[in-house]
Write a protein that binds this ligand. Structure first.
Ligand SMILES: *Cc1c(COP(=O)(O)O)cnc(C)c1O
Length: 362
């Protein structure tokens, strides 16, 4: 680890690999002999053209994205895509949303502005989103234009481990907090989208991976910059793209390729998550929030059961050199976001700290 850096468990924007930061620093003032930084160059220049095209190519390779899918880099974050999706792929104005947390619910509310019949096809709100619904709890409409899920629920610490069966209805999924954490079969989705600031890059854009047949029939009110077809035609450069975060995204993808791709990251992430969950399951001072079968590999939520003690834990963790372990206000307690760039040693140090804190309170 680079000296004087903390173990940062932020849910997003979040930790980036040391190798990426060092490479960005190395090339900050004079990128590959251009005499300027990437921040300062024209997005229409040859040098920048290579950066963005490398980012697209690397992502296609790393995620094994089939040829019949386009990759788009669009501004507005994942929240922008909550609107852009209904604006682009609504044919009949009917859609199913499965509500497994705050972001899924925000996506649902946004879609209702642009489609006439948006239904809740399943929800675990009555259980405070501590789990993912099973297939037989869903009431899916075979006539829907698409089914929307949030695959990893950043705030509640749950994740879909088996995708819902949607038949011939396209599955649209928000992967903001789990993209690039393990291999996914892209062909199972109509659209995958993600805000990049959790596991891909600094904040600045959303990546959209969209099947060709869903492109080209936007609602007339769809803003041009979110028109999937127009952006695909223009290589996501219909206007000035967030050049710096796309550049860092390219470096992150190169880092992923250098360590062995998503298979390797999956192994590392499983090992990190197991260390933390196994500890949580082995004792009674802390309680894991999410039901076992729905646990997220990226965001681990837990609490002591006493709000004051939780506060004390968070304060002590900062003293001990950790940051951003406070849970989201909707859930309380603690949350450790252990994205790709968090080293195993960071989770080990956290578990050691948790043990020590528990001992001291006894
Ligand atoms: C962070 C997050 C969002 C919001 O992303 P923005 O890019 O800030 O709009 C949406 N969905 C999920 C699952 C997230 O984790």
């Amino acid at each position: 680890m680079i000296e004087n850096r903390v173990y940062n468990f932020s849910a997003g924007p979040s930790i980036l690999p040391d190798e990426v930061l060092l490479s960005a620093r190395e090339n900050l003032l004079n990128y590959e002999g251009s005499g300027m930084s990437v921040m300062e160059m024209s997005h229409r220049s040859k040098v920048y053209d290579k950066i963005i095209n490398d980012a697209f190519d690397h992502l296609r390779k790393v995620m094994s994205i089939p040829d019949n899918y386009k990759i788009l880099f669009l501004q507005g974050g994942a929240t922008g895509m909550f609107a852009a999706i209904p604006l682009n792929i609504s044919k009949t104005g009917v859609a199913d949303y499965i509500i497994t947390g705050n972001f899924a619910n925000n996506a649902y509310k946004e879609a209702k502005k642009y489609m006439k019949d948006v239904r809740v096809a399943g929800s675990t709100e009555s259980e405070n989103f501590t789990r993912i619904p099973s297939q037989d709890e869903l009431t899916l409409n075979p006539a829907a234009d698409y089914v929307h899920i949030c695959q990893n629920n950043t705030i509640f610490g749950t994740a879909w481990h088996t995708l819902p069966e949607t038949g011939s209805v396209p599955l649209v999924a928000d992967l903001s907090s789990c993209i690039l954490s393990e291999p996914v079969d892209v062909s199972k989705y109509g659209i995958i989208y993600a805000g990049v600031q959790k596991n891909m890059a600094p904040a600045g854009f959303a990546v959209v991976i969209v099947r060709d047949d869903l492109i080209g029939n936007p609602q007339p009110i769809c803003p041009k910059i979110w028109d999937f077809g127009k952006q695909a035609e223009k290589n996501s450069m219909l206007n000035t793209p967030p050049t710096w975060s796309i550049y860092i995204c390219k470096l992150v993808l190169e880092w992923i390729m250098s360590i062995g791709g998503l298979e390797e990251l999956k192994k590392r992430n499983e090992k990190k998550a197991a260390l933390l969950y196994d500890y949580l399951d082995s004792q009674s001072f802390y309680k894991a929030q999410a039901k076992k079968e729905s646990r997220s590999m990226m965001n681990v939520t837990f609490r002591t059961g006493d709000d004051e003690l939780d506060k004390k834990f968070v304060a002590a963790s900062v003293e001990a050199g950790f940051t951003n372990l406070k849970g989201h206000r909707l859930v309380g307690g603690m949350r450790a976001s252990i994205y790709n760039a968090m080293p195993y040693e960071g989770v080990e140090a956290l578990v050691d700290f948790m043990k020590k804190f528990a001992r001291e309170q006894a």
